[in-house]
Design a protein around this ligand. Structure first.
Ligand code: SF4
Length: 227
């Protein structure tokens, strides 16, 4: 791991108002436990798309209780949903539009009051993350990647050391967990994100990361990443 003083960085007042954005997926609890041990009251933003597995919502509540999280749930605009996705099946016809309504717009609103936000991305998660910095500019905000230099073995060790709860679907073959209609289990040895939008081979990203110009991006390079 890098020798940067990450706890000191997280407490740096230059970061202004900071929040964590968490999907409460398979590895999320590690970031949450790590950051909350430094910043106990930090807001934890969860995008409730209305399409999550019930197991994810139960796991979110379990983790929030266990860690005493300051959980804040963002939801899609109901009038927009009524207009654009009245039957709740837009994901099948136009998943990019569905992600925009259910993830991108709510995230924009949720992080608006903050100057910086924390992501759990790591360099080992793919070639396009190989040079992931600890700090990066994200439009007008700063994005902090405190686990950028962690190895997969570091994550496993952290789970064990702190006896953290596992997402219940992980044991059923879901190493990457998003919305239920767009997530399938994967075979042993497959890419961790092979089960995300498996019915849409040209889409593998959820679109919650901002580009340098402050706009939300869905680049081909980032499609293997997501939250
Ligand atoms: S992951 Fe699927 S269901 Fe969830 S917002 Fe995106 S397209 Fe819609």
């Amino acid at each position: 791991m890098a020798h940067l003083d990450i706890p000191g960085l997280l407490k740096d007042t230059k970061l202004g108002r900071t929040a964590i954005v968490s999907s409460f997926g398979a590895e999320s609890v590690v970031l949450l436990h790590y950051v909350v041990s430094v910043l106990p009251d930090i807001p934890v933003l969860f995008l409730d798309t209305g399409k999550h597995f019930p197991e994810t919502l139960a796991y979110r509540d379990e983790v929030a209780d266990a860690l005493g999280l300051n959980l804040q749930v963002a939801t899609p605009d109901s009038s927009l949903l009524e207009k654009e996705d009245p039957y709740g099946v837009l994901y099948g016809r136009d998943p990019n539009a569905c992600c925009t309504i259910r993830k991108t717009f709510p995230l924009q609103d949720a992080i608006a009051p903050f100057d910086s936000w924390i992501s759990g991305r790591k360099r080992y998660q793919g070639a396009s993350r190989a040079a992931l910095p600890i700090l990066e500019r994200d439009g007008e905000k700063i994005k902090i990647n405190p686990m950028a230099s962690w190895l997969e073995s570091d994550v496993r060790a952290y789970f064990a050391r702190h006896d953290l709860p596992r997402h219940p679907l992980e044991a059923n073959g879901y190493p990457s967990i998003g919305c239920a209609p767009c997530t399938q289990p994967v075979a042993a040895g497959d890419d961790q994100r092979a089960g995300r939008w498996a019915h849409m081979p040209d889409k593998t990203e959820c679109g919650i990361h901002l580009g340098p110009d402050g706009r939300f991006v869905r680049s081909a390079q980032d499609r293997r990443e997501g939250e």
